[in-house]
Design a protein around this ligand. Structure first.
Ligand SMILES: C[S@@+](CC[C@H](N)C(=O)[O-])C[C@H]1O[C@@H](n2cnc3c(N)ncnc32)[C@H](O)[C@@H]1O
Length: 244
């Protein structure tokens, strides 16, 4: 397992989430430009097509109550709910300013390493471009804690062949898949899948953001999109993630 302590320290120092007024200001500007999904790689520039691809990878159980960790402005949950009205969502974010921009789903404010929810409260958890803001093992333990046995964890994320240099440029840690899977097993997940996704392309959100900082674009090109799907240890699950 790589030691990410230094990377996480750097990422936290660079990411500006402690200044929520600034996060709010930047997010309002992005939303005004039509950017509601804050992700570097996408399957389609069309929000509904992209989220449909994520929903297919996540395979949340029927009628699942899903916690969206690091939810941004809640666009992924909102669109996934339109595609899968059987799912219900609760949004989690350390940014009160972003939560205020989200639709009317239940909301949990705070750090993803200490989620204000009881054990086993959710049937599904998703973390889209969020896991790299947290310390891997405590984050996965917390995600496992709030999932019921048999519940599904889904992360759409970044990975890279060489983790060094990322935190400085992006304020984000692209964890190595083997480390994520090992940490997931230690956190109490049984079925652990990771899928690399070369068919996803750099988003217009990211291209626009890099216009002023071209070095960021170069760093992102060394990364690739990846999805993880884990099942919380517990009763056997049937295909599609439904309780057997
Ligand atoms: C790159 S954005 C992704 C947003 C959203 N999931 C999406 O796909 O559009 C990362 C999100 O994680 C949130 N975040 C960052 N650090 C966090 C933390 N420690 N606890 C909870 N949320 C955090 C940010 O406020 C932001 O909403």
């Amino acid at each position: 397992m790589n030691d990410y302590a230094e990377e996480i320290k750097i990422a936290h120092a660079i990411a500006f989430y402690e200044n929520d007024a600034l996060v709010g200001e930047m997010t309002v500007a992005l939303v005004a430009e039509g950017q509601r999904i804050l992700q570097i790689f996408r399957f389609s520039e069309d929000d509904a097509e992209h989220v449909a691809a994520l929903a297919t990878l996540a395979r949340f159980p029927n009628s699942a109550h899903v916690l969206d960790i690091g939810c941004g402005v809640g666009a992924v949950a909102e669109i996934m709910h339109a595609l899968r009205p059987d799912l219900s969502f609760t949004l989690q974010n350390c940014s009160a300013a972003q939560l205020a921009l989200c639709q009317d789903f239940p909301k949990i404010h705070g750090d993803m390493e200490a989620i204000d929810a009881p054990d086993g409260a959710f049937d599904g958890v998703m973390a889209n471009y969020a896991m790299g803001h947290a310390d891997l093992q405590p984050f996965l333990r917390e995600a496992a804690r709030v999932l019921r046995p048999g519940g599904v964890f889904f992360a759409y994320d970044l990975t890279t062949l060489n983790v060094r240099g990322f935190a400085e440029a992006l304020g984000y840690v692209p964890y190595v898949p083997e480390d994520v899977v090992r940490a997931a097993r230690a956190a109490g997940f049984a079925e652990t899948e990771s899928v690399e996704l070369p068919q996803a392309c750099i988003s217009s959100f990211w291209r626009a953001g890099c216009a002023a900082m071209p070095e960021r674009a170069g760093v992102a090109l060394k990364a690739m999109p990846i999805a993880y799907r884990f099942v919380r240890e517990g009763p056997q699950m049937a295909a599609g993630g439904q309780q057997a």
